[in-house]
Write a protein that binds this ligand. Structure first.
Ligand SMILES: [Fe+2]
Length: 198
């Protein structure tokens, strides 16, 4: 398989005032593309070249950490763009909301746990809502790791690498995460992934 960089699903300035065009230009055009270029170079001529991206992530996590760093990040960012939308945030679709209440207490408990997972991830990484063995879990992962390599389906993930927020928020990671959750999350997409994984 050959992989390409997916276009952003909205204009570079569509997430203002919460995420700037400059951040998206660097993050999508430079960082995401760099993961693609590095991954493509490493899989060329190997068994990995014929695999689906999800399988490249799962296998390389076990046997090729350098490839995993690139493939994991290429995968994570494909979804990160879709987990945001202009005028996002707000109400969580009913079925997913019920499941959050069942497994995680309340929507407010979940919001706090998700943001806290991002705040307390030391260094670079991600915070997640994932479905594992039929239950929702909040996870935090270092670097390019994701729920796939922990036997779970990622439903929502937020990038806490500094390249995701430093231009707009400087060192204020908690403010970035609160703003991201309240104003940018595309809950319809999260609900679709929940349906597909259930
Ligand atoms: Fe990133």
């Amino acid at each position: 398989m050959s992989f390409t960089l997916p276009a952003l699903p909205y204009a570079y300035d569509a997430l203002l005032p919460h995420m700037s065009a400059e951040t998206l230009e660097f993050h999508h055009d430079k960082h995401h593309n760099a993961y693609l270029v590095a991954m493509s170079g490493m899989i060329e001529g190997t068994d990995y070249a014929s695999m689906k991206l999800e399988d490249i992530c799962r296998k390389s996590f076990k046997d090729n950490p350098k490839l995993f760093n690139q493939a994991g990040q290429f995968y994570n960012h494909i979804h990160f763009w879709k987990w945001m939308k202009p005028n996002g945030g707000g109400a969580i679709p009913g079925k997913l909301e019920s499941k959050i209440k069942q497994d995680l207490g309340s929507v407010s408990d979940f919001r706090s746990a998700f943001i806290q997972a991002g705040v307390t991830q030391f260094g670079s990484g991600w915070a997640w809502l994932a479905l594992k063995n039929g239950r929702l879990e909040v996870m935090q992962t270092p670097n390019g790791e994701n729920p796939l390599v922990r036997g779970a389906a990622p439903l929502l993930g937020v990038d806490v690498w500094e390249h995701s927020y430093y231009i707009d928020y400087r060192n204020a990671r908690p403010k970035y995460l609160e703003t991201w959750y309240d104003n940018l999350v595309n809950w319809d997409h999260v609900a679709e992934l929940f349906e597909a994984a259930s």
